[in-house]
Ligand binder design. Structure first.
Ligand SMILES: *[C@@H]1O[C@H](CO)[C@@H](O)[C@H](O)[C@H]1NC(C)=O
Ligand SMILES: *[C@@H]1O[C@H](CO)[C@@H](O)[C@H](O)[C@H]1NC(C)=O
Ligand SMILES: *[C@@H]1O[C@H](CO)[C@@H](O)[C@H](O)[C@H]1NC(C)=O
Ligand SMILES: *[C@@H]1O[C@H](CO)[C@@H](O)[C@H](O)[C@H]1NC(C)=O
Ligand SMILES: *[C@@H]1O[C@H](CO)[C@@H](O)[C@H](O)[C@H]1NC(C)=O
Ligand SMILES: *[C@@H]1O[C@H](CO)[C@@H](O)[C@H](O)[C@H]1NC(C)=O
Ligand SMILES: [Zn+2]
Length: 520
């Protein structure tokens, strides 16, 4: 049963700047209280001999590609929803900035971005740092129209320089989607939706904790909730659903916790108890880890755990608890913190842990830009970002202030250009964000000869120690003294930027990531 509480109908971040106390007192959006599907309601059948990777995958609790669970990494998908502001990025950073995945790369996450109160320059920064930017509508509305969905794409492309092809995913505000929502996403060429709940524990023989699957044979999640879905509908070939995997407390199937579980009361109690939350989060993780290794999801509304937002009431104990959970998880073998698009790439190319080195989507590459251009890299763009001084909410951008806030009707309003000034140039389809100079209208890198540094370390052969690093030091992410230890305690055998072949490989991955092909 998905609840849409009327008190949560407005996007939380809308209040963030002015009424932070109100925000923290609200219940989060995206709660469930029991199973949202059943085998009977799903009436799901899929022909696995016809439905094959990479563009078709049947809903299944078993890992893709016929892999044994022991060959499957345990992924922790980290997502955030709503406006992107300094306060919300601070909140995410307090969980991720100090961590390393088993290949030495900083974890990436997915930000499902809605436009109200979003600070566009920070969207650019977050994307260029390697995170995924995805769509969460213009005005944060449930069951959104095509205009709400597409307006978000257009504004993020125009004002944050995110290539359209890189905005692949969608999450419905309040997790309130309909069959029509899914059809609209399909028509707009999205790769995936991630709004459905996996609401039955993995230990239950009828678990709905399916690995991501395509809708060639319809939906298999939320069949009790979404009219007209399941029993083969809607058929959207090649379009993916990435279910959101719930945690379960001591009440089992009757105690699911989906988004921001740390804001819920555990075990039917009447107050938040971080100790009890940590306990059930670990138990659910272990059930996944010892079973079919379906992903674990940390689905956050970062504003609720931001300690930098004025008037913050975020609890230190809760923040510390979330870090304790991640520390604990990262100390186990083959645990990776990733974005939705990284998960999907692995599912499409199921790669055993011993060969993860070959999967470019898990690597980390840094564009090597020395030029002083407004490109989402803090070191390059200092002094070049424009301040758009709207009285209700001012924001910043590299790409020229619009005359108005983007709306559904006008997602890309004309630029305001002061007398004697020149308009800024928006990102063209044939350049990548970090290489585009919006002031000169010039792409400083148009071939694979541009320099990238691959920061990933080789993953050892079978049996190497594949734990992550950077645990336990979240107070000071800038400190270089993380506890990360290279695999087999050996120094990396490939240094950062020397091997041309490696660099070429990474360019390919990078172009992939920063997609230069238009989606429309
Ligand atoms: C918005 O972004 C600008 C420039 O990146 C930054 O200086 C400012 O603090 C940000 N404000 C908020 C509320 O995010
Ligand atoms: C959820 O979507 C339904 C239509 O599918 C709509 O009637 C309802 O108002 C929406 N609720 C919210 C909270 O957006
Ligand atoms: C909080 O949860 C822990 C672990 O379940 C329990 O031992 C403790 O008694 C709980 N505290 C309160 C105040 O209920
Ligand atoms: C919470 O933690 C922050 C940062 O470590 C610290 O400045 C603050 O004093 C703490 N608040 C409480 C109530 O302990
Ligand atoms: C990119 O496209 C623009 C037209 O949109 C064209 O003028 C320019 O030459 C192209 N640049 C490259 C490197 O292909
Ligand atoms: C992996 O390496 C870390 C750091 O050296 C060490 O603390 C941990 O015990 C090792 N784990 C295994 C299973 O070897
Ligand atoms: Zn939301």
């Amino acid at each position: 049963m998905v609840h849409f509480k009327s008190s949560t109908m407005l996007p939380c971040a809308l209040f963030a700047l002015f009424v932070p106390l109100l925000v923290a007192a609200q219940s989060p959006e995206g709660t469930i209280s029991g199973p949202t599907t059943s085998t009977e309601a799903a009436g799901y059948s899929c022909d696995a001999s016809k439905c094959q990777l990479p563009n078709c995958n049947c809903a299944s609790v078993k890992p893709p590609g016929g892999l044994q669970p022991s060959d499957v990494p345990q992924f922790i998908v980290f997502t955030a929803d709503d406006a992107i502001q300094s306060y919300t990025l601070d909140a995410v950073n307090q969980f991720l900035a100090h961590r390393k995945n088993p290949n030495g790369c900083a974890p990436k996450m997915t930000y499902y971005t809605s436009l109200g109160y979003t600070n566009y320059s920070l969207v650019t920064d977050w994307f260029v740092a390697g995170n995924e930017i995805a769509d969460h509508t213009v005005n944060h509305v449930g069951d959104p129209s095509a205009g709400e969905i597409n307006g978000n794409l257009i504004a993020l492309n125009a004002l944050a320089g995110i290539p359209l092809a890189s905005i692949k995913g969608f999450r419905a505000p309040f997790l309130n989607y309909s069959v029509d929502t899914l059809k609209r996403l399909y028509e707009s060429k999205f790769t995936y939706d991630s709004s459905a709940s996996a609401s039955v524990p993995v230990t239950d023989p009828n678990s709905d904790a399916f690995w991501p699957y395509t809708l060639d044979y319809g939906m298999a999640n939320d069949c009790l909730e979404v009219p007209g879905s399941c029993k083969g509908e809607p058929k959207l070939p090649g379009f993916w659903e990435i279910p959101m995997y719930a945690f379960f407390d001591n009440l089992g199937a009757a105690g699911p916790h989906l988004m921001d579980p740390w804001l819920d009361n555990a075990n039917g109690a009447s107050a938040i108890n971080d100790t009890a939350t940590l306990e059930y989060m670990k138990n659910t993780f272990t059930a996944h880890y010892n079973g079919n290794r379906q992903p674990i999801g940390l689905y956050t509304h970062p504003i609720h755990v931001s300690r930098s937002v004025p008037g913050s009431t975020a609890s230190n104990s809760t923040v510390n608890m979330i870090n304790a959970f991640l520390d604990w998880a990262q100390n186990q073998q083959n645990v990776w913190i990733i974005s939705s698009e990284q998960l999907l790439d692995w599912v499409q190319h199921p790669t055993p842990v011993s060969q993860l080195d070959q999967l470019s989507s898990l690597k980390c590459s840094t564009p090597q830009v020395d030029a002083k251009i407004c490109n989402g890299m803090p070191s390059s763009q200092a002094g070049l970002i424009q301040h758009c001084a709207f009285p209700d909410f001012p924001f910043y951008t590299c790409y020229g202030c619009p005359q108005d806030h983007p709306t559904v009707e006008k997602p890309n309003p004309p630029q305001q250009v002061a007398d004697g000034q020149q308009a800024r140039f928006r990102l063209p389809q044939n350049c990548s964000t970090p290489f585009w100079d919006p002031i000169k209208g010039e792409c400083i890198c148009t071939s694979s000869t541009c320099a990238f540094a691959d920061g990933s370390r080789p993953i050892g052969p079978n049996g190497a120690n594949l734990t992550g690093g950077g645990t336990g030091t979240f107070e000071d992410p800038a400190s270089s003294s993380t506890t990360y230890v290279p695999f087999n305690n050996a120094l990396p055998s490939v240094s950062l930027d020397i091997l041309p072949t490696l660099i070429l490989g990474v360019v390919g991955a990078f172009i992939g990531t920063f997609g230069v092909i238009s989606r429309f």
